[in-house]
Design a protein around this ligand. Sequence first.
Ligand SMILES: Nc1ncnc2c1ncn2[C@@H]1O[C@H](COP(=O)(O)OP(=O)(O)OP(=O)(O)O)[C@@H](O)[C@H]1O
Ligand SMILES: [Mg+2]
Length: 360
Amino acid sequence: MTTLTQDKIEKILSTVIDAHTGKDLLSSENVKNITIDDEIVNVELLLKYPAINYHEELKGLVEESLSKAGINYSNISIKSKIASYAVQGGVKALPGVKNIIAVASGKGGVGKSTTAVNLALSLQSEGARVALLDADIYGPSQPRMLGVKELRPQESEGGNMKPVIAHGLQSMSIGFLVDEASPMVWRGPMVTQALEQLLMNTEWDNVDYMIVDLPPGTGDTQLTLSQKIPVSGAVIVTTPQDIALIDAQKGLAMFEKVNIPILGIIENMSIHICSNCNHAEEIFGHGGGERMASDSNTNFLGALPLQLDIRTDVDDGNPSVAKDPESKVSMMYQEIARKVVATLSLQSETVGAFPKITIE
Ligand SMILES: Nc1ncnc2c1ncn2[C@@H]1O[C@H](COP(=O)(O)OP(=O)(O)OP(=O)(O)O)[C@@H](O)[C@H]1O
Ligand SMILES: [Mg+2]
């Protein structure tokens, strides 16, 4: 065997592709340190997004490419450092929150809230500190989906609200403040104010990612979001059928107009697997999200099945990813969540922000 050098190891690492960024470890600047003790190679990797559930697989990929080059003894360590990414111009950063990611759709009822809560839980399971803001002022659903609709926010020492902690997430929703059953008549400016207050008057505690669950469409809430809330990126949820795709396209165009980067498209209710006989059926068609992503030059983040327990789990206040993080569908949510934040990590970082080291 020829002598091992750092150079040689770097070359090998430049052939290992991270499935979430689509880039190799060397050019993504993930290689923090390489040391060589006799025949043992020690590699320290530093990812720019949290990925605990991907560590084993990535380690395997690195070991495989090392062993192809005749290196059979290695120690691979993987950690993550989450930075803060640029937001639309003229909007100030939110104290205590590094990154805000909006989950949006054009059409209603496509599964934004269900997807948002499961993505938030997924990011947490990957090792991040996560908040979930329910921006649906007319019809808040997160208190119920999180199983905490009886809870009310506590007052903080500074006279603000503390987020309601649910399944480990820091959450806030108008649903914690007003009675679910009493109909609310909101006019545009009231919606704007309510949303701003929920966001600004809550003491967020050292959050890496805040997921914002938006109401459908392109109305007052979206306008407030685009003008007043520091958003680093948006994710569009759609179902596969044409009618939803047309609306999703409108949602996408709106974010582009206000310079909020689209991180990608998620196709929800993509395929139905019968819980009785396992028969797969494409109720709303299939592949529309992927086509839309390629047509509009954005990322396709993945597809989620139309599956009975996804609904019953959120109805029970125990979303699938919290209930069984190792189920097939939870792993799908986790993979999509990693892709969302890996895509964000390709944007430009905010200058002067202090990144936190996440110990994993
Ligand atoms: N993949 C899925 N499989 C099965 N049921 C789902 C799935 N995704 C969402 N649902 C169910 O579909 C219904 C609508 O979902 P959800 O409330 O998340 O949509 P939404 O886009 O947030 O709606 P709105 O536009 O009203 O805010 C809910 O009953 C939810 O449990
Ligand atoms: Mg919703």
